[in-house]
Ligand binder design. Structure first.
Ligand code: AMP
Length: 559
């Protein structure tokens, strides 16, 4: 373990990712098989492989007690060091002293040996398991020959290596060490749920033989938001799948021999919250990993997201709740079938395989989609409106030839949505535009109604209206100017305050907390959907509503 610790220390000292990778690759190349498997796991920050559900069940206090027994330090010294570093490994490592009763032939601690001792700790069960764990821990700490080794062993046990290596970098180092394709290493780690197994397979050139590891979630592929109206620029001449964007929670289902696990976007096991979906999936007779969205749905009709909220993070779902908030799992992708991992298969093929897998029923449904080449603007608009009319959030456009790229947000998948709903706002100030819009008032600061009834600004919109509309509005704004003296801040000197009479419907992607505007919020990618001549300014949306939308957004993202 001395070389492991020295490598870790050197990696921690280099800020550059490439240097970290090079150092780790160099070290990995020198290891035998068993050490390689263990060391790569340890470097990714866990004592065991991701798919391995064993734990050490050793808390900080136990580590301190056992260490004190062997190294005999005083608690004040430890407290000081711990406060300085906030790192138990570093604090305890510095206190490591040769044990007084050192055994003549101590253990030689290698990564593989440490791995075996971790196995002994995890295997301890029954009445005397606490004692047994402590005894093995003592054996481990005694075998730490120097402070650095002790530091890193404790760090591995506490799961907190702090050398600035994410698993992605460990995988890159494995590829580099054994001249393997980084994408193949990544896939291998995902398939097997074990970086150690991927490292060994990379070394032996057998990455393609790794089996699908059911029960270990795969990172979700993500979509890039495209502002409504700008989407056509990104489409090119490729074939795209157009499907509804469902307003629910993302869920990955693993079905193996009829037993089902459902994972959330954060890769937590949420099976218990959705018993009816898990039950329905259990009748699928082929092993499979599915990707889709759980939505609240009654009689085939999608219900608003806020209803689904009552079902989130429930461990025990009572009958009443099952009846009150019925749900369905709308499946739009398949990542594995049997022993075959489909991440590299094109979406069009994955959808074909999915179509053969099950028939839609009450709780598990296929997400309908169309394939379109050169999706025309008018068509996207019509489909968008149809998706909204079905109660969905917007549209997803997915390249028919795209692989499933776990954990990636790329241009393969585009999300087109009026994210959180739209807001009706009043224009409170306007500005002259730039470039070809220099002669028109094209930039609008808009406001919602605050808690005290006064208007408070929340954003600025530049896009969405036609040139003709802008020209017409310019005239109107000039006639409804307010005296400039209403301006207070210098930064706002360009703004021309106007009578707050014009109501706009604005769409946006995200609400953020921000001190840019007096409302305390700002909108990302705001764009004008239309001028609401039909709505008087006293009926615009309120700050209270903005807070509600914001809270719902946080709740959804917190999953
Ligand atoms: P967002 O959460 O706004 O970043 O949008 C991406 C999310 O849209 C995904 O994580 C899914 O939860 C959700 N989503 C809804 N419908 C689909 C769909 N048809 N394909 C992919 N993702 C979808």
């Amino acid at each position: 373990m001395q070389r492991f610790a020295a490598t870790a220390e050197a990696i921690a000292a280099r800020p550059a990712k490439l240097e970290k990778i090079a150092l780790l690759a160099e070290y990995l190349r020198t290891l035998d098989d068993a050490d390689l498997v263990a060391a790569t796991r340890f470097f990714s920050g866990t004592p065991f492989a991701a798919r391995d559900h064993r734990t050490l069940s050793i808390g900080g206090r136990t580590i301190v007690e056992v260490a004190r027994r062997i190294w005999r330090f005083d608690d004040a010294g430890l407290g000081r060091r711990y406060r300085d570093t906030g790192d138990l490994g570093a604090a305890l490592g510095a206190l490591r002293a040769p044990p007084r009763d050192a055994m003549l032939f101590g253990d030689r601690l290698t990564p593989a040996r440490l791995d075996a001792l971790f196995g002994d700790i995890a295997a301890a069960s029954g009445k005397r398991s606490g004692r047994r764990r402590e005894a093995v821990l003592e054996q481990i700490l005694r075998a730490c020959d120097d402070p650095l080794c002790a530091t890193y062993v404790v760090k591995i046990i506490t799961g907190d290596l702090r050398v600035g290596l994410r698993e992605g970098l460990v995988l890159d180092a494995i590829a580099r060490a054994f001249d393997a394709d980084p994408a193949a290493v990544r896939r291998g780690a995902m398939t097997s749920g074990d970086v150690g197994a991927a490292a060994l397979a990379a070394k032996n050139g057998t990455l393609s033989a790794l089996r699908v590891d059911y029960g270990t979630p795969i990172g979700f592929m993500l979509a890039t938001p495209v502002p409504y109206g700008d989407v056509y620029k990104d489409l090119g001449a490729a074939a795209w799948h157009v499907e509804d964007k469902y307003d629910g929670i993302r869920a990955q289902a693993h079905i193996r021999s009829g037993s089902v696990k459902i994972f959330s976007r954060r890769l937590n096991d949420v099976t218990a919250s959705y018993p009816e979906v898990a039950g329905a999936l259990g009748s699928i007779s082929t092993d499979a990993i599915l990707d889709g969205e759980i939505v609240a749905m009654r009689e085939g009709r999608v219900l608003p997201f806020r209803l689904l909220q009552a079902r989130l993070q429930r461990r025990n779902v009572e009958e009443q709740l099952l009846r009150d908030i019925p749900i369905a799992y709308v499946v739009f992708d398949v990542l594995a079938l049997g022993d075959e991992l489909l991440l590299d298969a094109p979406l069009a093929m994955r959808r074909e395989r999915l179509a053969d897998l099950f028939q839609s029923d009450t709780y598990v449904k296929h997400a309908p989609f169309d394939t379109a080449v050169e999706v025309a603007a008018a068509e996207v608009n019509a489909r968008f409106d149809a998706a909204r009319a079905r109660g969905n959030e917007g549209l997803m456009l997915k390249r028919a030839d795209s692989p499933y790229a776990p954990g990636r947000r790329g241009k393969w998948w585009l999300k087109l949505k009026r994210e959180l709903t739209t807001l009706d706002v009043a224009v409170v100030a306007v500005e002259w535009g730039n470039g070809k819009r220099a002669n028109v008032l094209s930039d609008y600061t808009f406001a919602v109604r605050g808690d005290d009834g006064k208007l408070c600004a929340i954003g600025k919109a530049y896009s969405g209206l036609t040139d003709a509309e802008i020209a017409e509005l310019t005239q109107w704004f000039l006639e409804h100017r307010l005296p400039q003296s209403h301006q207070r801040e210098k930064a706002r000197a360009h703004e021309i305050p106007v009578e707050p009479k014009l109501v706009l419907e604005v769409a946006f992607d995200v609400i953020q907390e921000s001190d840019l505007h007096e409302s305390g919020f700002s909108l990302r990618f705001p764009r004008i959907v239309r001028v609401r001549d039909d709505k008087p300014p006293d009926q615009i949306d309120t700050l209270e509503r903005v807070r509600e939308i914001y809270a719902a957004m946080l709740a959804r993202e917190g999953l």
